[in-house]
Design a protein around this ligand. Sequence first.
Ligand code: DAH
Length: 356
Amino acid sequence: MNDLNAIVESAQLAFAQAHAPADLENAKAQFLGKTGRITELMKGMAALSVEEKKSRGASINLAKQAIEAALNQRRQQLADAELQAQLQAEALDVTLPGRQRGQGGLHPVSLTLERIESIFGSMGFDVAQGPEIESDWFNFTALNTPQDHPARSMHDTFYVEGGTAEAPNLLRTHTSPMQIRHAVQHVKKYRAASQVQAEGLFSGDMPEIRVIAPGRTYRVDSDATHSPMFHQCEGLWIGQNVSFKDLKFVFTDFCRTFFENNDLVLRFRPSFFPFTEPSAEIDIQFPSGPLAGRWLEVAGSGQVHPNVIRNMGLDPEKYIGFAFGMGPDRLTMLRYGVNDLRLFFDGDIRFLSQFQ
Ligand code: DAH
């Protein structure tokens, strides 16, 4: 009997010393496994008489049950401990301060572009996008800009590799090439639909072209009010009966809405652009505030030149309209009272975050 008690005690001790499930299973094998001590005792009963077997067997069974009970208890303890440890490890301290995620916002010039798009959108203008690497044809030639025009000089324009000597590629110096690109697509679409006129300048009927084209533009220029990369937004309205008075109405309405000031005064000052005739520079004047009384130039504009209308694929006897090109950077400076354009492109968060 004593030997059995000793075995049970040593099993209890071995189980208590097992701190991981694998250790516990090893310890179990020492007692209950094929060559375990209890199993060996069972085997040893073969030589006993029937009477002896009965009482010895019962005692061994009791010891075995005691060992199994100790084993199960320890298994449960280890499982509980593991669960506790896991809960501890995954515990959330809800009293810790939250982690801040820096929130981004739109650049002030992007805010202006969105504003321009929504105002012109409300007047029925589409928005078109085009390439920043442009060909000589779209940037100059198609816009009636002659070979000897100063804008074509190396000093004013970033030429890039890839074109030919007669037709170099360049970073577009304005968004005006989008007038041609967009109109050509528009005409193509309605020429295909009209069936009447397959070739030549189109003089059939089509819906009006009404579009703005905002985007980045480039010139060799850099000071407080000029940046080598800047933004422009082109506007184009072509139809059968679109006049300069429509230009005045549309642009006046735009400026007053943009600056939220119905007393804003506009001046259309005669000027020259190769792609418009007549041409006008558009100045605005605030009735009050820090800029009151000064004429501020915001756009170039004019009635689209017949040669440009032709390059759009349209018959200038039938189609007429106006175009304008404005500077969203300038509009942003005026709207927020910023006096150095370069601030917009330095990427200083302290400056940019003020517009959110
Ligand atoms: N493209 C001209 C520039 O960059 C601006 C301009 C003038 C655009 C007259 C126009 C226009 O559409 O009609 O200086």
